[in-house]
Design a protein around this ligand. Structure first.
Ligand SMILES: [Zn+2]
Length: 249
């Protein structure tokens, strides 16, 4: 199970040109353009080729990796559609090796922000029983016995979705959980202070998460460091933005 579970953090933000430089247009649906960053293909190739012993044919490895990003994509669509529902602007999703980026700008109200963020993990909540039922149906119909790879594949999708949900709900800014915490604090503490507190908790959380992952999965240290760097960078940007907001307040 090495690897895949920490590949799907999602990030939100207003339109950032750098987010899709180096990306190719993948498809467009309901006015939402999905991009795939070139590095996604490189990492997909590495991930798939290092997990070849899991299934009897590499076709299943490819299907599993595509399944992971299918789940990530649905999660990002959750953010985008919720953002539009509350009157925000959102029309781009970028897939990259660490997960997905939903580019959107909800109106600056805590309720609008809260719904935009919460809708992503809610997609995983809905997928949880559906994937469990699919795994169980496959088992009881005897398909898992006839095609063991199919049973394993469905179980892996269920497991990946579960870990995506748990990981993204950690109250560590900029993960969804940290942003939900920030939106909740915003109701009572205002825009700047809530972001400052969430980013502060996020920095402590990133250090703890990194130490824990280095101990739990020492072989996966490269990804742990990449993840820590990415989250830390976003968190510091959040902290600075909070300082600017407080100065403006
Ligand atoms: Zn998300």
């Amino acid at each position: 199970m090495r690897g895949l579970h920490n590949r799907a953090i999602c990030r939100h933000g207003s339109r950032v040109n750098s987010a899709h430089s180096g990306s190719i247009r993948f498809f467009r649906v309901a006015g939402i353009q999905v991009f795939v960053h070139w590095s996604w293909f490189v990492v997909a190739w590495i991930e798939i080729s290092t997990r070849l012993n899991v299934y009897s044919s590499p076709v299943w490895n490819v299907a599993e990796y595509l399944g992971l990003f299918g789940i990530v994509l649905l999660h990002e669509f959750g953010h985008i559609l919720a953002c539009r529902q509350v009157g925000g602007q959102a029309d781009e999703i970028v897939l990259w090796p660490l997960g997905g980026i939903a580019l959107g700008r909800p109106p600056p109200r805590p309720g609008a922000e809260l719904w935009t963020i919460a809708a992503g993990p809610l997609v995983n909540v809905v997928l949880f029983p559906l994937l469990m039922l699919a795994t169980m149906a496959c088992e009881s119909a005897g398909w898992s016995a006839r095609v063991p790879d199919l049973g394993r594949f469905l179980f892996m999708l269920w497991s990946i979705n579960k870990w995506l949900l748990i990981f993204n709900l950690l109250p560590i800014y900029p993960l969804d959980g940290g942003q939900i915490l920030r939106s909740l604090l915003w109701f009572g503490l205002g825009r700047g202070r809530s972001l400052k507190i969430a980013a502060g908790i996020g920095l402590v959380g990133i250090v703890a998460l990194t130490a824990w992952r280095l101990q739990q999965a020492p072989d996966d240290w490269i990804w742990t460091v990449v993840l820590a760097f990415f989250l830390g960078q976003q968190c510091v940007a959040g902290w600075r933005h909070a300082a600017a907001l407080r100065a403006a307040e």
